[in-house]
Ligand binder design. Structure first.
Ligand SMILES: Nc1ncnc2c1ncn2[C@@H]1O[C@H](COP(=O)(O)OP(=O)(O)O)[C@@H](O)[C@H]1O
Ligand SMILES: [Mg+2]
Length: 230
């Protein structure tokens, strides 16, 4: 579904990703772990076209989309749920859902409410006045409305109550069961590993480990994720 090869990328001031290879097979869930500042958000931004790599290639379903604009990657089936939610706080829940629905999407907003009934009770409420958990559900509804082939998720459980985190992971399990591929950046390592088919650990802009969740020991998670010994 997604193949990143030899990715070098960064910002004016610094190179962040140094020769990163990563594959998300169709329908697979890949967890991307690593300490703060390792480059996880940067990698997702490269995958969704928000940041063009200076070297390397981005392939979507075998098609070279390196340097393509974000809307082209979205049209190819890549849906990015960014860090910090990316909803429109001054618009109502209904308006947010309408904006997220692609042309011809029909009654998709009703479908979103089926997965997150809480949103249904708050259709006319301004999105910015929702609780953190409700805002994240609104952001995640997009992964449902757009019918994507691949969803990029950047710490969607950040700052949320444990009960809401459980609800969100239940939703992610449902998405995975429908065959939606995911690249998942997550601080709840145990939950991410339980959902993932493959794991990559990113450390200082390089892939430090790539394999299956069962190959990862707790020590490795602690060292690589928390940056112990970095
Ligand atoms: N817009 C930006 N401009 C300059 N540097 C940035 C920008 N965004 C992130 N960085 C830097 O890139 C590095 C990787 O950041 P990021 O990809 O956000 O890491 P992570 O998501 O793993 O915490 C950090 O050193 C960060 O300070
Ligand atoms: Mg990040």
């Amino acid at each position: 579904m997604l193949e990143l090869s030899g990715i070098v990328a960064g910002y004016d001031s610094a190179v962040v990703l140094r020769n990163v290879d990563l594959v998300v097979p169709p329908g697979a869930v890949v967890a991307l772990l690593g300490p703060n500042g390792a480059g996880k958000t940067t990698l997702l931004r490269v995958a969704s076209g928000l940041l063009a790599p200076t070297e390397g290639r981005v392939l979507v379903e075998g098609k070279d989309m390196t340097g393509s604009a974000p809307y082209r990657l979205a049209a190819a089936g890549v849906c990015h749920i960014p860090e910090g939610r990316g909803i429109f706080p001054a618009l109502s829940v209904a308006e947010n859902l309408r904006l997220q629905t692609p042309p011809g999407g029909g009654r998709m907003a009703e479908r979103a409410v089926e997965v997150f009934p809480r949103l249904g009770e708050r259709m006319s409420q301004l999105a910015g006045t929702l609780s953190g958990g409700e805002q994240q559900m609104l952001a995640l509804a997009r992964a449902y409305l757009c019918n994507p082939k691949l969803v990029l998720l950047d710490e969607v459980s950040m700052g949320l109550a444990p009960k809401i985190v459980d609800e969100i992971f239940e939703y992610l399990h449902t998405l995975a069961a429908q065959g939606t591929a995911m690249l998942l950046v997550e601080q709840y390592v145990g939950k991410a590993l339980a959902l993932a088919d493959y794991v990559h650990i990113l450390k200082r802009g390089r892939i430090n480990f790539a394999g299956e969740p069962c190959e990862i020991g707790e020590e490795m998670v602690a060292e690589s994720y928390l940056g112990v010994g970095a």
